[in-house]
Design a protein around this ligand. Sequence first.
Ligand code: AMP
Length: 396
Amino acid sequence: MIHIQDYNFKDKKVLLRVDYNVPLSEKFEIEDATRIDASLPTINKILDDGGSVIILSHLGRPKGVEKKYSLEHVLPYLQKKVDVKVFFANDAIGKEAQRLVDTLPSRKILLLENLRFHEEETKGDVEFAEKLASYGDVYVNDAFSAAHRKHASTAVIAQFFPKNKMFGFLMQKEIDNLNKVLLNPKLPFTAVLGGSKIKTKIDIIHHLLTRVDNIILGGGMNYTLHKAMGGEVGASLYEEDMIPVAKEIIAKAKEYNVNIYYSIDTVAADAFSNTAYRRLYYTSKIPKGMEGLDIGPETIMRYREIILKSATILWNGPLGVFELDNFSNGTFMIADAIVRATENGVFSLVGGGDTIAAINKFKMADKFNYVSTAGGAMLEFCEGRTLPGIKSIMED
Ligand code: AMP
């Protein structure tokens, strides 16, 4: 496999798949440019070597051509961040794109319009991929957050570059950091898992059970586990159909000698609202009409102790409804413990859309060893799945 740092892009036209699926305001201003900034090391390497860059990306989930999802909205920001001219093709394929590709000078950038304006992109259409492939000499995939999709530009296209395909710096960094945690962690290894539903986290829990020493659970998942053990969780979110699965997790944890922790106490409310009446209960004794929305102080103390004694920490999912200030304390205190552990030399990896939103809210995003830019792709990687975007680069 080729490594980007060893490759010389001089005079090459480089097809670079990035993920510029950034949040936009109603006025189409970029609300968070992290993903664009994260692509700059790869872009600059190609330009510095004397190559030209043809940027492929998607934005949102348009149905056909929907101008509100035009990548033209990211053009001014990208132009500001690079020293060279950025051209824009208002369709990813067609005459204009072809003309701009043919006349693209070296050390310049061409941004192609949203690939998802063509349904062939998400369908993984081979002919569409081949057409895109015809624009370049080299294919670089730097869109880790789209690597779990077998789309034309994220996976299918790679077959047209058997000798000239590689990961970009961002994608390589994501894979290296996740592998560091999953394949070669320093022990004790603690996974902190939160979020609303057990259903979406079940595969990751199973995969981690063979790797970690501790699993700390927060968020809505707690209540299904407590219910499975005979507790009363009032009006808290719980998944009836997941009770057998919750029982299986508890049994498996015993089998693998993994300590699994669920919340001891819970801050519950009489409504899903920041101004609702709040009270503290044991998580297994929440009365009717009260809904658990955050972990309580005893749980926080216990979880912090475990985190501070760990050597590797993987965190995905908020521990409570952090969006509501009155129920954000649990997530904040756990984030703070992970930051402290990181300062003491622990390796911490954090990821997932809501988790990133939480650490941004707490202004802590730069205080972990690695923050993954990916949501679904990171989860699938942690579930032990083969991601099409990775496989297509690695296979011959
Ligand atoms: P997920 O997408 O499954 O990772 O869930 C993230 C969401 O879970 C966030 O928006 C949180 O507000 C929410 N969440 C966390 N704890 C709870 C809880 N106890 N009850 C309901 N929702 C929760």
